[in-house]
Write a protein that binds this ligand. Structure first.
Ligand code: HEM
Length: 218
């Protein structure tokens, strides 16, 4: 166990933790958007899918606890790396270099904070139901329709999906680098993959919100 602590204490250790947990979230959001797009098929299809996910308490809580631990680790590693880079930055750093170098770091940081706020709200909205106007534990389809019928909620989700697009784009690109997939031959493919993923996943989520707002899903 000592080696795990020593590994996590290093900069590369924290980056690997961010990459692995980031890969996990990426897999989760791809699955989540695919499943939720069943809203376009029928109310029965979405509700049956949601019921299937809750079929085994062991699997459900296994996934929930894994995601929770991953969020905590991802956020802690990001916070620690920020402190490390602040301490390491030389005073005489050129202003322009600093602006270019920190723009993506700052975007990731604030985008990450917004996503964290979004996830807490989202869980209270669609899983717990405490901030939902008329929550049902079995009718997920109706929860989605009534949930996005509140204009401020629809706008918040769309803004959060914009943050998700930016975070996924830079995150997917960087995680390959951290995991050692960084070569001129593969970098073009890496860029295309990151762009496609960062475009399609948030677009799929926004299509669900807009489906309700525009009355296609009712
Ligand atoms: C328009 C966008 C989204 C929609 C319509 C949506 C829909 C839903 C619904 C309906 C549930 C409850 C499922 C159920 O009770 O069976 C849920 C749960 C959840 N969503 Fe989303 N989601 C969206 C975006 C996201 C994003 C971007 C993330 C992560 C970054 C996310 C993470 C989660 C998590 C962690 C749960 C809890 C799953 C559980 O019950 O254990 N969702 N979502």
């Amino acid at each position: 166990m000592q080696w795990i602590r020593r590994f996590y204490a290093s900069t590369i250790g924290k980056k690997v933790v961010m990459a692995v947990t980031g890969l996990l979230f990426t897999g989760f959001v791809v699955g989540h958007v695919s499943g939720n797009l069943l809203v376009y098929k029928s109310p029965q299809a979405l509700n049956a899918y949601a019921a299937f996910l809750k079929g085994s308490a062991v699997v459900l809580w296994g996934v929930r606890l894994t995601l929770l631990a991953s969020v905590a680790l991802h956020a802690h590693a990001a916070y620690s790396l920020t402190l490390v880079s602040r301490r390491a930055r030389p005073e005489s750093y050129d202003q322009l270099d600093r602006q270019a170098g920190t723009w993506s770091a700052r975007t990731m940081r604030w985008g990450g904070v917004l996503l964290l706020v979004f996830i807490v709200y989202h869980l209270l909205h669609f899983t717990v139901g405490s901030v939902h106007p008329s929550f049902s534990h079995t009718d997920v389809y109706t929860n989605v329709v009534t949930g996005f019928s509140v204009p401020a909620v629809a706008v918040f989700y769309i803004v959060a999906m914009l943050a998700l697009a930016i975070h996924l784009h830079h995150g997917v690109w960087s995680l390959f680098q951290t995991l050692g997939i960084n070569h001129p031959h593969t970098n073009r493919l890496r860029r295309v993959f990151a762009t496609l993923l960062a475009g399609l996943v948030p677009l799929g989520f926004v299509a669900i919100v807009l489906g309700v707002v525009l009355g296609w899903v009712h």
